[in-house]
Design a protein around this ligand. Structure first.
Ligand SMILES: Nc1ncnc2c1ncn2[C@@H]1O[C@H](COP(=O)(O)OP(=O)(O)OP(=O)(O)O)[C@@H](O)[C@H]1O
Ligand SMILES: [Mg+2]
Length: 231
């Protein structure tokens, strides 16, 4: 069993190194294509027909998406490598900071009421938990876009041991049969919303590194709640 576990660990490490270098090495040729497209658009400005210009712009858009996917994959693989630094962290402060920056980035996006339970403290890695909360809040923010009275809450379930935290929104929600599926990379349930579908895979990995658990409850049109605990 020991030999088998070691073999398995080696295989996993090789895979991790492989996906890291693939995503890393893809960036150089992508950058070159991006530059060439830019040059075509600039240098042949007057000679290009509208149709060609539109197609080149479309290529640029797709390049941008690819770039973001690679960036997110890289940060996903970094999460599995970096050592944890555990200390008491005020989750409510972090949520407040993220909310403020979301509102600054897209001020007239929509009117959203935020309800943040104050001073929820957890022992965890602050950097990783920030990435996790950022992803969950970005989703809540993004998928309440169509709500006139959007409401996003962060809190803890009373009398839960270990504490169960949640981020709840009243956005478009999703079919609960996909509640587990969402945590796999590249799973996207809704069209017309940007994103590479890596956010929740990242969240899951951060929770795993903390020995915790995450799960989601939702129904279509009635919002979603993401619960998590950290051990
Ligand atoms: N709060 C939510 N309400 C409704 N659907 C959600 C919510 N959070 C996630 N989802 C669904 O789960 C999918 C996966 O979420 P995830 O965060 O992994 O990807 P993304 O937000 O599409 O892209 P990325 O996070 O990489 O920018 C989303 O595309 C969406 O369909
Ligand atoms: Mg997301």
């Amino acid at each position: 069993l020991v030999t088998y576990t070691l073999q398995l660990e080696n295989a996993i490490n090789e895979l991790k190194a492989f996906s890291y270098s693939v995503s890393h090495d893809l960036r150089a040729p992508l950058r070159a294509i991006r530059r060439l497209t830019e040059e075509l658009l600039e240098e042949y400005q007057t000679q290009l027909s509208n149709e060609v210009r539109d197609k080149l712009k479309h290529i640029q858009l797709k390049l941008e998406q690819m770039y973001n996917i690679i960036r997110d994959l890289l940060s996903l693989s970094r999460i599995s490598h970096q050592p944890l630094y555990i200390k008491p962290v005020n989750l409510s402060h972090i949520v407040q900071e993220i909310v403020t920056s979301l509102q600054q980035q897209t001020p007239d996006y929509h009117h959203t009421t935020f309800v943040i339970q104050p001073d929820l403290i957890a022992r965890c890695d602050e950097g990783l938990i920030r990435i996790m909360l950022q992803n969950l809040l970005e989703n809540a923010w993004k998928f309440t876009r169509e709500r006139a009275n959007a409401r996003i809450e962060f809190g803890s379930v009373p009398q839960s041991h270990p504490t169960v935290y949640y981020i709840k929104d009243n956005g478009i929600g999703f079919d609960p049969q996909y509640a587990d599926d969402l945590f796999h990379a590249f799973r996207k349930l809704h069209v017309g919303y940007d994103g590479s579908g890596i956010g929740l895979a990242t969240v899951q990995r951060i929770i795993n590194r903390h020995g915790g658990e995450i799960w989601a409850e939702a129904s279509p049109g009635k919002g979603a709640t993401f619960y998590f605990k950290l051990l």
